[in-house]
Design a protein around this ligand. Sequence first.
Ligand code: KG4
Ligand code: ZN
Length: 347
Amino acid sequence: MNVLGIETSCDETAAAVVADGRAVLSNSIFSQVALHGPYGGVVPEIASRSHVQTLPRMIDEAVTTSGLDWNAIDCVAATFGPGLSSSLLIGVSAARGMAQCLNRPLIAINHIEAHIYSIFLDDDAPQPADVLPFLALVVSGGHTMLVRVEGLGQYQILGRTIDDAAGEAFDKGANLLQLGYPGGPVVDRLARDGDRDAIAFPRGGQLKVGPLLGGMDPALCFSFSGLKTALLYYLRDNPLPEGGEGLADVAASYQEAIIEALAARCETALKQGEVRALAVVGGVSLNSRLRARLAEVAAEADVRLLLSKPAYCADNAAMIAGLAGAGQGIRGNAALGMDVNPNMRLD
Ligand code: KG4
Ligand code: ZN
């Protein structure tokens, strides 16, 4: 089954064609980073306008480079949520129109579920049956959660952030350090030359049981807003000199606080339930220190570490088309009549 996937939940305009849920035939992405950079974050109005301008070109490119004819496309899948409603609407409207004009089913996909599925893309990736059940750490600019994956479509959210997402912590920290947007890749690069023990930034600590946790185990939930404030106060009391001396140490220490908060929750979750693997997905899973640290955590717990290929870590449409091709999502008339859902839940 050849699926055309469309992804416009935030600031990437993406289209891809995937065969049988695994073979990625094309993966076209237009990143709007340059448009949002001057504002230090994603501006929804600019994002949706850019999706309108760029999506037709991405769809055309995805189908052309897949080597398939339009009539070989068996269905059209799109992200219905979670994400920015004005951005989601552009991709879903395009997908709905295309499904009707091609006379093919429309499939509604959950963006977080697709991130988790990204570890199964390409023919050399593991098969779900070989690694289930597994623990998934979803770390992106908008989401941070720990999920127990029993099977495709069977998810239990064990913990989530009560404030900022891990990627947001990178971006806000980088903003305070005047490193531009998005901050994750820059902090990652700078931190390689820094001392990660130079400054003791807070590592999320132990959260208290309360309404924000919605009954989830505090030991598996995250909080990053205190870390950002700690950096703000640190820079106020220790302004960095003009030449940027000490910047690498600050970046490395700040990054380490984020990584250790993530690693500690993974360690705890791995002790709590029998799983065969630890999967790390989303844009922050590109972080080199996170990959190295979680390799240690997985080895200690004697489970496999599953990472998606770099092309499938950040937002992309291959994960959308792949998940649809694997039989997941809401399809047919139910999808045609469905509205976008900015707060769509995974479970
Ligand atoms: O998954 P993604 O493309 O979009 C969302 O669904 O949010 O993730 C984007 C996030 C940004 O916050 C960005 O700073 C972060 O991923 N990111 C990184 C790295 N590369 C991207 N964070 C840390 N280290 C990186 N190398
Ligand atoms: Zn995402």
